[in-house]
Write a protein that binds this ligand. Sequence first.
Ligand code: RP5
Length: 168
Amino acid sequence: MSEYKKVAVIMGSDSDWGVVKGACAVLKEFGVPYEAHILSAHRTPEAAAAFAKGARAAGFGVILCAAGMAAHLAGAFAANTTLPVIGIPMKGGALDGLDALLATVQMPSGFPVATVALNGAKNAAYLAIAILAIHDEGLAVRLEAFRAETAAAIAQKDAAIAAEAQAL
Ligand code: RP5
């Protein structure tokens, strides 16, 4: 069994999964346990509220909520748990995600939803990992290593572009 708290990866519809699975892939890469579920603020409101209310006792540390259009899912979770909730507004619909972005980010005081970019499932996972790493030195070290690997990859690309520019 893992030492880490679990991350709940919640989406409003299976149509969100193609983007949301990017969050699961990041969590898996860091060895952070997660569960993915479809729960909807509108289509399954009782089940969504019950999950949110029981999430801390069930061993979750952070909740990701992805939803599109009139995206109340993250807000509904924030109303029913004091765990950190990260909202992922999904692109799509008549307004192409602007509606979901505003519905997710514009929460009233006392009920925050940390909102990432449209379709920002991977960043939601990285933020969840950063939150869990506050009290987990091993995870913090893995996050530092990831940042160092990212910088090293950019340095390689920089050298290649610089050389190519000179060869023109
Ligand atoms: C939202 O409505 C879902 O999160 C999804 O992004 C959007 C469309 O859902 P479907 O009609 O594709 O099930 O609740």
